[in-house]
Design a protein around this ligand. Structure first.
Ligand code: ADP
Ligand code: MG
Length: 274
């Protein structure tokens, strides 16, 4: 299914063609893959997001940091359709209005999300997990018992190498280390060929070695995918960061290269003032 097929068109005929029109296929012609435009989300009057604007470029690896409660997870909830904004716009490419799509439609359109806790099939092998992830892709209409073709086996083999689990192909997923489980879940997301990957605290609980390998993985994914990584681990951020967004009280406090935001007095105050 193309992204366009899941759009609830808004009939934009006539009128000034400024801004985003909720029509058609994924349009990356302006180089921006995700746009949040003045998003506000209130919970019982408390603004978890307050006039939040953000733009992610195609192929970018963006790090999002900020103190607990800054709104990082809520931001991901808005992008993935889990939470609807009270105000503001959220667009995938130039034209796909995320606030009009269901969570399933957004995933289908090409935005994958990795939650903090791995959601893998613990009783299946590593290989089977990737196979299941591929088959939940609606474009591959097969029953779970159907035999895999050579091309599909190759895809899984490539993914196993990428996520460094080629030595654990037949291992039951429940027996993997915490870090390996996280990589497996990332591999499962990648089997769906998402354009955008949202990762919420991906290295929490990982060993130093696993954290290092995860940094390498993310750097290798950027370019073909756009990644938005929320993380507290500043050593990890230091390894992968290009542009960093600092959220505070539901809006952007600072944005730019890591060195610049780390030396920003407003950022220092927010972190040291707690
Ligand atoms: P972060 O991920 O940056 O730590 P969150 O996005 O989880 O922050 O939360 C931002 C603020 O919104 C917090 O004060 C949190 O308590 C509040 N919040 C988040 N989700 C809900 C909800 N479903 N109901 C009420 N308050 C919420
Ligand atoms: Mg959070």
């Amino acid at each position: 299914m193309t992204a366009g097929a899941v759009i609830h068109g808004t009939g934009t005929a006539g009128g000034a063609s400024v801004g985003h029109l909720a029509t058609g296929e994924l349009d990356l012609s302006h180089g921006t893959v995700l746009t949040l435009d003045s998003i506000t989300v209130s919970f019982d009057g408390f603004k978890a997001l307050n006039d939040l604007s953000l733009a992610i470029e195609v192929g970018e690896l963006r790090c999002v940091i900020g103190p607990n409660g800054a709104g990082k997870t809520t931001m991901m909830d808005v992008i993935t359709g889990k939470t609807r904004p009270d105000e503001g716009g959220a667009f995938f490419g130039q034209t796909i209005d995320l606030t009009r799509l269901s969570e399933a439609e957004i995933a289908q359109a090409g935005i994958g999300r990795k939650f903090q806790k791995p959601t893998i099939f613990e009783h299946h092998t590593v290989f089977e997990n990737l196979e299941l992830a591929m088959k939940s892709d609606k474009r591959v209409r097969r029953t779970l018992r159907a035999r895999l073709g050579a091309a599909e086996r190759d895809r899984i083999a490539d993914m196993l190498a990428l996520i460094r689990l080629d030595g654990s192909t037949d291992r039951v997923a429940g027996l993997l280390s915490h870090g390996q489980k996280q990589w497996l879940e990332i591999g499962m997301l990648l089997m769906q060929e998402p354009k955008v990957l949202l990762l919420d605290e991906p290295v929490a609980g990982m060993s130093d070695d696993e954290t290092e390998r995860t940094a390498e993985l993310f750097l290798s994914l950027a370019g073909q995918h756009s990644l938005v990584v929320v993380e507290h681990d500043m050593a990890f951020i230091g390894k992968i960061a290009k542009k960093v967004t600092v959220l505070h009280e539901g809006h952007v406090l600072a944005e730019g290269p890591l060195e610049q935001v780390q030396n920003d007095p407003r950022v220092i105050e927010v972190y040291l003032g707690r």
